[in-house]
Write a protein that binds this ligand. Structure first.
Ligand code: A2P
Length: 175
């Protein structure tokens, strides 16, 4: 990928689902650091959303100048690997109701306020539009605090699903 960048074939190098440990290893040998780390609910449950906030990874990436993107930030609702714990989270629903927004919008706005970009998917035109309408309002400090205090829950505990391998235990421990 560095060769591609040097040849002008790509503008930047991105990695996917890298933990702090993975990034540390990469940065120790990379001549060109990655521009972005996209973390995805889908691949191996390195998800990023209001219920699995990955503070350590976000801070690490910020310090190293690596942008973070959340793929499937709404919990991949309605898929075989997804769940409803974000879109039906009581606290997020409560904040949404009080602000006249949807739970999805509260989740996406929270990510945006953390400096994270996101790839949220919808097959519904109205919901696609709704998901873009998060830039002209903000969460109050109190609302942000409520979200940062939500118990951290992961959709899929990878070590219990695939076995207690060291690197899977690392993934489950990172939050
Ligand atoms: P739909 O396609 O019927 O809108 P993720 O981005 O985490 O993979 O989540 C995608 C899921 O979230 C899809 O099931 C999608 O359903 C649903 N979804 C996307 N946007 C919204 C929204 N604003 N409100 C409710 N559900 C949403």
């Amino acid at each position: 990928m560095e060769e591609c960048k040097n040849l002008g074939l790509t503008k930047g190098i991105g990695v996917s689902n890298f933990t702090c440990k993975n990034l540390e290893e990469l940065l120790s040998i990379a001549k060109i650091p990655p521009a972005v780390n996209q973390v995805s609910k889908m691949a191996i449950a390195v998800e990023l959303n209001p219920l699995w906030r990955q503070k350590k990874l976000r801070e690490f990436c910020k310090e190293k100048g690596i942008h973070v993107t959340a793929y499937s930030p709404l919990g991949a609702f309605n898929t075989s690997w997804g769940d409803n714990r974000i879109l039906e989270c009581d606290v997020l629903e409560e904040i949404a109701k009080a602000k006249g927004k949807s739970t999805a919008q509260i989740s996406l706005r929270w990510l945006y306020e953390q400096g994270v970009s996101m790839v949220a998917k919808s097959f519904n035109k109205e919901r696609m539009k709704q998901n873009l309408e998060i830039f002209d309002w903000s969460l109050t400090q109190e609302e942000s605090n409520k979200i940062s205090q939500l118990p951290q829950t992961k959709g899929l505990n990878v070590a219990s699903a695939f076995g207690p391998h060291d690197w899977l235990l690392d993934l489950d421990a990172e939050n």
